[in-house]
Design a protein. Sequence first.
Length: 365
Amino acid sequence: MLHFLLYNLMKSVNNVVVTAQKYKLLGGKNMSMKRFLVVAFAMLVGIMYATTGFAAQEYHWKIGHIRPPGTEIDNDVKWFVDKVKEETNGRIIIDIYPASQLGDYTVVQERVSIGAVEMQIACIGTTVTKALQINTAPYLATNWEEAKKLYDHNGVVYKATTDLLANKENIYVIAGWPSYFGGIALVKSVPAPGDPSVQKKVKIRVPPIKSYELTAQSLGYIATPIPWAETFTAMQTGIVEGAIGAGAEGYYADFRDIIKYYLPVNDHLEMWYLYINKDLWNKLSDEDKNTLTKLGLQMEEKRWQQAPKSQLNNEKHLADYGISVVSFTQDELNAMAKKVRDEVWPVIKKDIGEETFNKVMKEVK
């Protein structure tokens, strides 16, 4: 292909020279042969780039997430990929794979790292990089105002998380997506749900992340690490009798037909990230990077505005579906937060690293 293009390019230049000589456009007071050839060659190279598609690279990517079609995150991802297609004139096409079709989010995170999958929007697994527990550390924020300060794209938790992903896992974060404050879903009632000092004697699923395991234990539960994609079956078969690591939106979307109780303990801010393989990102033109960043941040900002209302709506969805949503007093929430902070923070600080942990803690109220 290259030889063919060069042959035709030189043939075209020769034809231009012959024509110019015929009409006496070269020599004398007119353009010199050397200058004429340079200009002609430059013009023809420009035409070649424009007509062969070398000037604008086309891409066809995959993006995965864990929720079913039609959920909030699925709708936002559809908006994002449609806008990317529109603003790149169809050069960047992104196919959506919902409901963990590409695998559990922790597996897909590793596949994005090596370039086997281009993109994902999800919470962050810590299988490879334990320091990423900073993103899921319990009770860093207790309300949406505090959460936005820490987790939006200018926040200290966001910065720590994205730096670790870039430097340790070859992943570039485009934007964030605040999902909800976390809670506990149960298939049976437990004693004194608002008192963390009482042992509940109930096994609950936790993500395979130490901070979640320790949080569940601190709140009085028996922690059993299970991937998200296997959680429904684990509850259905009695391996566990509940789950932590998600919130009302996730439990309603995936588990509403099996759970009986929801406890909004607000143990963590579930922050998802829209990310891409870093090698792929580095190969993109500045124009494409700017487009993806602009649209990603638009999606993030819209979500920050929607998330508080969304959480309340999803708790109402659970209640309307017949699931008992337990109410806690502020004193009970404060007691849970204090116990978990006292017991869990010192342990995960070692995994996260003292410098990063202390930097984040300076911003925590």
